[in-house]
Write a protein that binds this ligand. Structure first.
Ligand code: SF4
Length: 479
């Protein structure tokens, strides 16, 4: 079916008319001041609208123009703008802004190339300032615009910059300025990054749904809990590609994360305090290495970091949350490393972890999730023969997985899906993800006695931002 971009946007504009207006548009309408629009746009990156709005008001109260901003110290700016995401970096940028604007007679320039020279201003920010503050034709492509345009098939691109270039060729100029606020509202409300609500979307029939796994409506009324696990390959890095929106839009009761590579004091408040969730962290002694986190809607009865063995716990790989009727152990298993240099450490860790979760399983449903750093069987990777002696598919690791599963544990994904080509990790090299040359190394495992509580399991391949994608499990509530 041929679909027309303009008719999609016309229909969507009516649909989102009742949604809330993005904060930068509001500030532009209320102030008509390019300085305030630029500052609010810098503050808004990776920050929820409500927080941006309050921080902007506090800052503009003390610095209503560039001259007043020049009178504030970096420390004062930092205090005024907290808790916006990345407030340390943003305070640095704003502190340097008056000096940078001196070149333009203390005015915000209205050309893309000049805006891009300002501290903290990337393409997305520059285009938003051009369109919102100066009413110039510019397309601001953020993660929502990039994602939805690819879902609709109007572009086929790998990153926001390529999307912007493609849209310049196909999008009528009259939509350039409005596109961002329309699609951001739609991406937050309906076409969410995880589980888009296709069943009640006005484009349900016409949308090609490229790369999308729509939310599934429950066949039964049984209450289920949704669990998601994702190796984010750096929590601060994935925050730049919409992590907080992904968690908020996921509908997950528990969202477990591996390879955070950060201590909690290195994380923005936005990452530690996602609305509706409590968050818990375990970190390695070594900064920037390993680390796991769990976001949970329901407060746990008990939280335990590690497994009680110092030389394993120093690597910040395990976090257990206990609830009334289940426990969840979130694990980032060691990598056996090139030449299997760390295979002994890995197998020793695996065995100690197994003893630990066996104790938990005595009393209640026990869930283990995370990056196991091993593909269990040949069906779980694209090139099993070539990888038989490599880390992640070595005979030692596969044998351990055999012993583990045969000891009374269930690989939940394989209960629902026996197909090959189902992967959760792809190398960044050789376009492996687009060719689906991958490995299934991320799992949700539950104890065999609780198998009857299983409702569903899936791999969320359309969620981008890491070399892994999230995996998901739904469990019938036991209480
Ligand atoms: S049908 Fe689904 S994928 Fe397509 S726009 Fe609507 S919510 Fe998004």
């Amino acid at each position: 079916m041929e679909i027309k971009l303009e008719s999609f946007l016309l229909a969507l504009e009516q649909e989102v008319a009742s949604y809330h207006t993005p904060v930068v548009d509001l500030i532009a309408v209320q102030t008509r001041d390019p300085f305030k629009v630029l500052v609010a746009t810098i503050l808004s990156a990776r920050t929820k609208d409500e927080t941006t709005s309050k921080a902007s008001l506090r800052l503009f109260d003390k610095a209503p123009d560039i001259h007043a901003l020049a009178g504030l110290s970096e420390e004062r700016i930092r205090k005024l703008i907290q808790p916006v995401g990345f407030f340390n970096s943003k305070a640095k940028y704003l502190f340097k802004l008056p000096a940078a604007l001196r070149l333009y007679a203390d005015k915000v320039p209205d050309e893309l190339d000049e805006l891009l020279k300002l501290p903290g201003v990337g393409r997305k920010t520059a285009n938003l300032v051009l369109s919102v503050a100066f009413d110039k034709p510019a397309i601001c492509v953020d993660t929502h615009v990039h994602r939805i345009m690819n879902i609709w098939g109007f572009v086929n691109t790998k990153n926001p910059e390529s999307t912007e270039k493609a849209l310049v060729k196909i999008l009528p100029v009259k939509y350039w300025k409005r596109l961002n606020s329309i699609l951001v509202a739609f991406g937050q409300e309906r076409c969410k990054p995880v589980g888009p609500q296709c069943d009640c979307c006005l484009f349900e029939q016409a949308c090609p749904k490229n790369g999308v796994t729509p939310r599934r409506l429950k066949k039964s009324n049984a209450h289920t809990m949704k669990f998601i696990s994702w190796n984010v390959n750096g929590l601060r890095a994935v925050a730049k590609t919409g992590f907080v929106d992904i968690v908020k839009g996921s509908g997950a009761d528990i969202f477990a994360v591996q390879e955070t590579r950060a201590w909690p004091d290195q994380l923005s408040d936005e990452l530690k305090d996602i609305p509706g969730y409590s968050s818990y962290f375990a970190q390695a002694k070594k900064k920037g290495y390993s680390g796991v986190a769990v976001y949970t809607k329901k407060k746990p009865l008990r939280v335990t970091t590690g497994i009680g063995v110092d030389h394993f716990d120093d690597e910040g790989r395990v976090l257990t949350l206990e609830f009334a009727d289940f426990s969840l152990t979130n694990v980032y298993f060691p990598n056996a490393q090139h030449g299997l240099k760390r295979i002994d450490y890995k197998i020793a860790f695996n065995n100690a972890l197994l003893e630990y979760v066996k104790q938990l399983a005595v009393n209640k449903t026990t869930i283990i999730c995370g990056d196991f750093n091993v593909a269990h069987k040949a069906i779980d990777l694209a090139n099993p023969k070539a990888n038989e002696t490599n880390p992640g598919f070595s005979i030692e690791e596969r044998n351990w997985m055999d012993r583990f599963i045969n000891g009374g544990w269930v690989d939940t994904f394989r209960v629902f899906n026996q197909e090959p080509g189902q992967y959760s990790w792809w190398s960044y090299r050789f376009n492996a993800r687009s060719k689906n040359i991958g490995w299934r190394i991320d799992y949700f495992i539950i104890d065999e006695n609780s198998k009857s509580r299983l409702h569903d399991a899936a791999i969320l391949t359309d969620v981008l931002g890491s070399d892994h994608c999230p995996v998901q499990m739904e469990l019938k509530s036991g209480l």
